[in-house]
Write a protein that binds this ligand. Sequence first.
Ligand SMILES: Nc1ncnc2c1ncn2[C@@H]1O[C@H](COP(=O)(O)OP(=O)(O)OP(=O)(O)O)[C@@H](O)[C@H]1O
Ligand SMILES: [Mg+2]
Length: 318
Amino acid sequence: MKNDNVIGVNDLTKSYGLTLAVDHISFDVKEGEVFGFLGPNGAGKTTTIRMMVGLTQPSSGTALVDGHDILKEPVEVKKTIGLVPETSNLYSELTALDNLIYQSELYGVPRKERKNQAIQLIEEFGLKEHQDKPFQKLSRGLKRRLTIAAALIHHPKILFLDEPTTGLDVMSARGLRKLILDSKKKGLTIFLTTHYIPEAESLCDRIAIIVKGKIRIIDTPENIKSQVKEVEILEVGLDRITEDLKKKLLFMEGIEKILIAENRIRFQTKSIDQVTPHIIKLIEEQGAKIQSINTLSPSLEDAFVTLTGLDSELMKID
Ligand SMILES: Nc1ncnc2c1ncn2[C@@H]1O[C@H](COP(=O)(O)OP(=O)(O)OP(=O)(O)O)[C@@H](O)[C@H]1O
Ligand SMILES: [Mg+2]
């Protein structure tokens, strides 16, 4: 991957009345990388995209997109980017193919090339058998696919994807993630937003975690996880978990956090060797049977919880 920055954001801020939607954020995006904005609802993800693509004016701060100032050269910026908003901007009555041809016209693709380009994208995106269906008749996953294809019609250098897989079924989401990675392989730089932690982890070269308009951390998923390396996780599977046992475990020393899922308990601790024998003893005293016991290294989700203090459940709400 080259090291040049194709996006440089400097102290960008947006307020709506008293709401500070985006609060003095700065970051760079390198050419050819997938850069993710990970954050809960209302964090300021969409507002940031809207400022970078010229759909809304920043209250203060600047940004360069492919070398063009978003305030001084908005037209140049629009030529170099493709945008896939949360809600599709395509026409319900037009067919898949006609939507692409129409987009190519809007973007000034020469008349002779429009149909060929549209057909090529239809094929690349696996939409051939759907090309003559009106947009409104397509499934959600196919609609999203076509909207991405449309955003690429003018061969932009940077693609902005706002929550590309939100609301899609598992298979469509998986297909779309593959498409995103294929586009990256072809050299596209991708900026995406998501509130789904595993998605950020599997797609992004680097992630910015954004909460209440502020960037908390920017790094690779690996480095973010290693920031909480000192946290160790012990996972114990039991035949049953009584309320009494839960209460006693919660008050044990050396335990930072407890997560209970069905009959498994995950303990976050910084002194796994010391606390493990105490946990086992307590469980046995309570008459429960241990069915499995494992140590795990922290996931990106564990790191997210530790670094932001937010409940990761918050990220699962659409
Ligand atoms: N046009 C607007 N007028 C007033 N407030 C707005 C406007 N757009 C966004 N906001 C507010 O700015 C904040 C950030 O919103 P934004 O849509 O950028 O968040 P988000 O991270 O994209 O959230 P989501 O995950 O729900 O899409 C929220 O508090 C929101 O209510
Ligand atoms: Mg949004």
